[in-house]
Design a protein around this ligand. Structure first.
Ligand code: ADP
Ligand code: ADP
Length: 229
């Protein structure tokens, strides 16, 4: 059934209700695109799924496990969920390969050799293996974001969360990042993407969710949202 279940979730920042009774089920392999005005709670919803924000009420289950239940290991959860942010968050003092060799591979307790082999495969997958030994500042924004995606994939997550992954990029670099995301979608990855890229939504989304004021106002197919009547 559902790999992510969001049940009656509320999140407050002081008196501001950032998530107001959110209910959402996401099935394995499903691609969900979240749209809505700035400040509507899109990012807070994604961050709550990954437990970067703690919800105040309701329940979020990932793979059947309550993510706020202390008996469930947070590291296990973070391995199931890969997240990509608007800012690339690469470690500046590590090479591209070094960035992939950090936390994720360590969690998996791989030997250095197999971790490196896996990292190179992932860099190849996002089309950037020739940059393995350079530092992030030598890369374009689009290249850095592709590294960030490959780093998130290093944990072999079941689900990928994208929070406006192309919003910080120059227009000419958006395509190369979306292409990596489209390929991931074609491989069957479960994806939840906050994005303004309507072409992407039209191409890959199974479900589009429109949020406003902390609520899910409407759910439908891309056709429902983007085709003129
Ligand atoms: P969106 O991603 O749709 O732009 P957000 O989820 O970032 O919206 O924010 C939802 C609302 O919660 C906004 O009003 C925002 O200002 C507020 N908010 C988000 N994070 C915090 C925070 N850490 N502290 C206080 N308010 C926050
Ligand atoms: P986004 O592009 O996701 O909407 P924002 O620029 O709204 O990001 O927020 C960036 C960071 O600041 C996030 O970590 C968010 O939680 C936090 N934040 C957003 N709004 C507020 C707020 N009103 N007060 C404090 N922190 C906030």
């Amino acid at each position: 059934d559902a790999i992510i279940q969001i049940k009656n979730v509320y999140k407050y920042f002081g008196r501001l209700c950032a998530l107001n009774k959110i209910n959402l089920d996401i099935t394995p392999g499903e691609k969900v695109v979240v749209i809505g005005p700035s400040g509507s709670g899109k990012s807070t919803m994604l961050r709550s799924i990954n437990r970067l924000e703690k919800i105040d009420k309701g329940q979020i289950l990932v793979d059947g496990k309550d993510i706020n239940d202390r008996s469930n290991d947070i590291n296990m959860l973070r391995q199931e969920l890969g997240m990509v942010f608007q800012s690339f968050n690469l470690f500046p003092h590590k090479t591209v390969l070094g960035n992939l060799m950090m936390a994720p591979m360590k969690l998996k307790k791989m030997s250095k050799e197999s971790a490196e082999k896996r990292a190179m495969e992932l860099l190849h997958k996002v089309g950037i293996s020739d940059k393995a030994h350079v530092y992030p500042k030598m890369l374009s924004g689009g290249q850095q974001q592709r590294v960030a995606i490959s780093r998130a994939l290093a944990m072999d997550p079941k689900i990928m969360l994208f929070d406006e992954p192309t919003s910080a990029l120059d227009p000419e670099m958006i395509g190369e990042v979306l292409e990596v995301m489209v390929n991931l979608a074609k491989e069957g990855m479960t994806m939840v993407c906050v994005t303004h890229e309507m072409g992407f939504a039209r191409e890959v989304a199974d479900k589009v969710i429109f949020m406003d004021n902390g609520k899910i106002i409407e759910t439908g197919t891309p056709e429902h949202f983007f085709n003129a009547p």
